[in-house]
Design a protein. Structure first.
Length: 137
């Protein structure tokens, strides 16, 4: 019996390492997290992994909701939110609900699967960055 052909496949980057990689890129392109760039841009990551925790009522009582996007960028008084997804990840119902609420509040939202997509979002939204990182053509 013939064996199936061996194929190498690239590993799927899960969301936590992906978020770390994107944070590294944003530090180069904008400023450290929580610090305002010379162009007036500030960003930070939000991590509500294990949202329910041991006592979910405590978090809900403090206003922490499931589905908050992973990245928040502020520029010129406007909020830009980016949900990060691994290559094979899907948006949950809670994430869809929060993203819809953000859109209804006139925020800009996006879903990105890698740092290239995040930089494209920044450029499309006209958010100033240093352009230290360029995509290969």
């Amino acid at each position: 019996m013939a064996r199936p052909a061996f194929r190498l496949t690239a590993p799927v980057v899960r969301e936590h390492p992906l978020q770390k990689e994107i944070a590294d890129v944003l530090r180069l392109e904008i400023a450290p997290a929580g610090k305002v760039s010379a162009a007036g841009v500030v960003w930070w990551s939000v991590d509500h992994a294990n949202y329910a925790g041991e006592v979910p009522g405590i978090r809900i009582g403090r206003g922490i909701v499931a589905g908050i996007p992973d990245l928040l960028v502020l520029h010129l008084g406007h909020a830009f939110l980016i949900e990060l997804k691994a290559e094979d990840g899907t948006v949950s119902d809670a994430q869809r609900s929060v993203l819809a609420a953000c859109l209804a509040a006139s925020c800009r939202v996006a879903i990105a699967r890698d740092w290239r997509e995040v930089l494209r979002c920044l450029d499309q939204w006209d958010i100033p960055r240093k352009h230290r990182i360029r995509e290969a053509a």
